[in-house]
Structure formats: structure tokens, C-alpha cells
Design a binder for this molecule. Sequence first.
Ligand SMILES: Cc1cc2nc3c(=O)[nH]c(=O)nc-3n(C[C@H](O)[C@H](O)[C@H](O)COP(=O)(O)OP(=O)(O)OC[C@H]3O[C@@H](n4cnc5c(N)ncnc54)[C@H](O)[C@@H]3O)c2cc1C
Ligand SMILES: *[C@@H]1O[C@H](CO)[C@@H](O)[C@H](O)[C@H]1NC(C)=O
Length: 448
Amino acid sequence: GTSWGLGGTCVNVGCIPKKLMHYAALLGGALGDARHYGWDVAPPEQHNWTYMAEGIQNHIKSLNWGHRVQLQDRKIRYLNAQGSFLDEHVVRSVTKAGKEIDIMAEHIMVARGARPALQPSPRASDHEGRLEPRVPWLKRCLFLSRLVVGASYVALECAGFLTGFGLDTTVMMRSIPLRGFDQQMAHLVTDYMESHGTKFLKKCIVKKLEKLKDNQIQVTWENRELDKEEMGTFDTVLWAIGRVPETSNLNLEKVGVELHPTTQKIVVDAKEMTSVPHIYAIGDISQEGEERPTTAAIGSARRAPPSLPPAVSWTLIPLQVPTTVFTPLEYACVGLSEEEAEQRHGLDHIEVYHAYYKPLEFTVTERDASQCYIKMVCLREKDQRILGLHFVGPNAGEVIQGFALGIRCGATYSDLMKTVGIHPTCAEEVTKLKITKRSGLSAVITGC
Ligand SMILES: Cc1cc2nc3c(=O)[nH]c(=O)nc-3n(C[C@H](O)[C@H](O)[C@H](O)COP(=O)(O)OP(=O)(O)OC[C@H]3O[C@@H](n4cnc5c(N)ncnc54)[C@H](O)[C@@H]3O)c2cc1C
Ligand SMILES: *[C@@H]1O[C@H](CO)[C@@H](O)[C@H](O)[C@H]1NC(C)=O
């Protein structure tokens, strides 16, 4: 039902274009930094969206092609067609041209993903043509002011790179940023964005969208903090209020596959099996227990399907799944948030080590490092096992990836203290964490 090539959301409209756009926006900032290091970069820097989009699209096409070749190499037959169940062993596939092929199978795996949710607002339908249910892929980017509705990682990442390209960008959030993530860290992320030009409308809910004569969109919202209605005009509105699993039009009810009553995701067990023993579900469409949504999707997609030999198959412990939010100042974490650790173990049984550090590269450019922060949550007793590690700063994902191995292997605070830092890096600051929150001492690191 999409016009994408092989690879699904991540390749076509998710992780890949998003990360590249994030990088493109960071390069814009780096141009400014470069001057402090002696490069004669003449202002004004102009960003050409079309040029960037073409480059990224070309890379995506090469990935689409690569996936196709891999399927061929493995002798997997690929049908570019929409599938649904005829009965519990037969899937009907229908091509765009209407050609039908029925396939009978002993085992069936559903990996249909999720699609963006649009707010069920009575007036929103007038504007569906202008709503972009994905990373904005406009050929040209002439729109000046953008409203991003939502405060999930997708919303903040998009708002971050749009701001980075010099576009007037406002984020409207209903309640808290990055729900499910450590809230102290989440606020550092939004503080940094705010101080770098992204506007925030907090505690606000969209009430109405109206198209004006000049094609602008007039948005009316309820400001819950001030308890009044407010209005603004934007050139584009981007909904990033969540994603819904693609469980409709599959005839899942007919074959008896159970859906989660609230999320509508396919309920699976630890081996990805649905309520029908020979039907499996993986990825964004499935749900096991109450995992954090993003980590669940990544983890479950990586877990080996049950048909693989036991050596390859492993059980994923959600807490060991590292993740990164690619906002202008990145945030990566693995394990428990401070809130979760407190809830599970009690305030008296956890120790939180933290530090405000300054990346070396920020010094010469005199860049503000107020939000560069590391926090590690440990058990307080005995060897102080590490429960969670949180890092806000440049290349956060690259920093946390390696530590995720340590935490998966049960690393303790004393293991970390015996780990030699690589000087000078931001990651080494993790190996030097000494100040506990409990002590109340300043966590600002000074000196080299
Ligand atoms: C903007 C954005 C940024 C993201 N960034 C990251 C990130 O940085 N890191 C990360 O780990 N995750 C990221 N994600 C999440 C990631 O993209 C998803 O978790 C992942 O793609 C889920 O994979 P999936 O295979 O379950 O589903 P999808 O990738 O959505 O694939 C589903 C596929 O099924 C096809 N399909 C649907 N219905 C049918 C049907 N009836 N018949 C045949 N085919 C069908 C679709 O066309 C699609 O190709 C991001 C998501 C978004 C939206
Ligand atoms: C932006 O790039 C496109 C594609 O390469 C090109 O056609 C266009 O002229 C460029 N625009 C400007 C203003 O340079």
C-alpha cells in the first residue's frame, strides 16, 4: 500500500533519512564552529533542501536495491503485493494492478509495521493532503513556519533538524517530552533545543485547524496552563502524535489472532508466537507485555524467529536494549531511568552518580555546554550493580553502545572505576563519575 522500495519504515521514512537529516543539520552548526578554528567560511550559509533530499533518496534507493539482491541471493521469492489472510494457512496477495496470488504456508510471520496516527479532529480531514505522515519528504522546502504536534522522539528529532535548517519551528506538547524516558534527561534535550531556536508550546492541545486563503493553516489550541484558547498561523503542520499498528484489513479476527485491547497490536509470547501457534508477529505490529514501545520494536525485530537454530535464538531483556534520541544534542541510554529505578528498588537502595561535563571541542568555540550531562543509576548495596546509564551530548549513541555490552554482562560501579578512559573523549567522563546526587556536591566538572 506504500510507494516505498524494500526496507519498510526504517529505511524509507524512518531511521535512515532521519539520521542523515540530523547529520545535515549538525553540519550547519559545524560551519559556524569552523570559523572559531580558523576556517574562512563565508556567511551566509544557505541550505538547499532539494539537494539534500536527492542525495538521501539516492542512498535509500541503493538500500532498497541491496535488500532486493539479498532476497534473491537467499532464494527468497519477493512479491510486491498487499497480503491478507484468507484462512489460517492461506495468504492472498494482491498487486497494484489487481493480480491475485494465494499462498499456502505451514508457518506465517506478520511484520506489517505501524503507520502514523492522525488526530481524529473534525476539521483535520480538510487538510489531509497537506499533512505529512512521515519524515517530510517535500521536494522543495519553501514553507517557512512549521508546527510539530507531539513530543515523542520522532517529534523532537524532526523539530530539531528543521530548526537546524533555519526553519521557524514550533513544537506543541500536550504533557511531558519523551514519555517513558528519564525525565531529567528529556528536559535537558528540550532545554537545549529551546536555547537553539526551537519554540515550545507546553501543555497545549490542538482544537481546530482551518485553511486560510493563502494556504496557511490557522491552528487553534487549548493552553491548559493558562486555561484559555490560543491561535497561531503556520505554513505546515506535522503530526507526530504516535503510530498505530497496521492490524486492520488483514482478516486477523477471522483466523483468531488476538490483538491487545488498547494498543491494537498483535499479542505475542517471548518466542514471537501469536495466539495461533503457527502464526508469528515481529516488529512494530507486535507487543509482548508492557515494554517501552521503541525498544520493544527494535528488540523484537532483532530477536531471531523461532525457526532458527537455538544457538542463534536468544531472549531479549528489554532493560538491556540501548536506544538513542537523535535530537540536536543527542540523548542515549541503556537500562532503567532514575524514576524506574526508584520505583523498583526504593530511594534508599539506589545511588545516582552524575556529572555536567564540557566536550573539549566546545571550548575553543565557546559553545554552551549546560546540557551536557551524564547520569548513572546503580544499586547502593555491595558491588553497586549498574542499573541504568544516561548520556546527553555529542555522538551519544556511539558512546552508549559499548557500555551497553558492559551492562548486559552485569557491570558494577567498581568495574567501571577500573575501566580506563580514552583521553580526550566525552565517553571517558563516564569512567570518571564520582559525585553522587545524594551528596549534594556540585556535579560540574572543571579542568581536563
Ligand atoms: C520518523 C521515524 C524515525 C525512526 N527512527 C528510528 C531510529 O533512529 N532507530 C530505530 O531503531 N528505530 C527508528 N524508528 C522506528 C523503526 O522505523 C521501526 O521500529 C521499524 O521500522 C519497525 O519495523 P517493522 O518491520 O516492524 O515495520 P516497518 O518497517 O513499518 O515495515 C512494514 C512493511 O510491511 C509492509 N506492509 C504493510 N502492510 C502490508 C500488507 N498488507 N502486505 C504486504 N506488505 C505490507 C510495509 O509496506 C512495510 O514495508 C523510526 C520510526 C520513524 C517513523
Ligand atoms: C538546489 O538544488 C537543486 C538540485 O540540485 C538545484 O536544481 C537548485 O538550483 C538548487 N537551488 C539553489 C537555490 O541553489
